[in-house]
Ligand binder design. Structure first.
Ligand code: KIV
Length: 267
């Protein structure tokens, strides 16, 4: 299984790192069989699996449940589990306990949390102190949408861009081994990736990050929305209903089950 050292070396060697989300046994199995470097059990599961309008209602129990399932499908892949909203905000003790549960119960290899202000840096340091690898996440951080005023590209103005770059450097110092950069201009993504020694993984952060991450359902064309940074390699949101319609029609027309689908068919 790849590990934090592999990812560091991949950055050094200029090899792109691929991260894909997965949330259950089949998606875990497909992501592993596609040789993806890192599987992320993202809190995006709140939207693409549970049908919430944002990620804020996702609980630690949800993430543990889905991480366990993804792990059953991907036994040999490095798994990062998202720390959900309010699971690392209240106290350092609770933060450490919650991070540990994602590892011991969920079966993850690392955890991810959003933000780079001083309290987040403290959380990163505390979790790393428990020997748990941490991925940080800056830019458009979906757990902060109400404060950000929606899903908007971050760091477009100079002050915002300097703040994100400064936080990225602090995150590296705090001990995170990787940084996800979401929804920022390409030049900021490039600059952070050049200035940090830890790998950066972009989503809507341009071409020059050390790797890319996309949500499983976006790659497969299963999500309701398609932001600019998404490329869908299939249109399953059309194919799946078409396939189920075919089954429905065959049942209604008396074509299913056919003789080959029947035990001891009546002659
Ligand atoms: O929850 C998630 O899927 C994420 C990725 C979009 C990076 O955080």
């Amino acid at each position: 299984m790849k590990n934090v050292k592999t990812f560091k070396k991949m950055k050094k060697d200029g090899q792109k790192i691929v991260m894909v989300t997965a949330y259950d046994y089949p998606s875990g199995k497909y992501v592993q069989s596609a040789d993806v470097d890192i599987l992320l059990v993202g809190d995006s599961l709140g939207m693409v699996i549970l049908g919430y309008e944002d990620t804020l209602k996702v609980t630690l129990k949800d993430i543990i449940h889905h991480t366990k399932a993804a792990r059953r499908g991907a036994d040999d892949t490095f798994i990062v589990a998202d720390m959900p909203f309010m699971s690392y905000h209240l106290s350092i003790e609770e933060t450490k306990e919650n991070a540990a549960l994602l590892i011991t119960e969920g079966g993850a290899n690392a955890v991810k949390l959003e933000g780079g202000k001083p309290s987040r840096l403290e959380a990163i340091r505390a979790i790393v102190d428990c020997e748990i690898p941490v991925v940080a996440h800056l830019g458009l951080t979906p757990q902060s949408i109400h404060l950000l005023g929606g899903y908007k590209v971050q760091g477009k103005k100079e002050a915002g861009s300097i703040e994100i770059l400064t936080q990225a450097k602090e995150i590296e110092k705090a001990g995170a081994f990787m940084l996800v950069l979401e929804g920022i201009p390409e030049e900021l993504g490039r600059k952070i990736s050049v200035e940090l020694s830890i790998p950066t993984i972009g989503i809507g952060a341009g071409r020059f990050t050390d790797g890319q991450v996309l949500v499983y359902h976006d790659i497969l064309g299963m999500a309701d929305l398609k932001p600019k940074f998404v490329k869908s390699y299939a249109q399953l949101n059309k194919d799946i209903p078409d396939i189920i319609k075919k089954f429905t029609k065959e049942v209604k027309d008396g074509k299913f089950p056919a003789v080959e689908n029947i035990y001891n068919p009546i002659k």
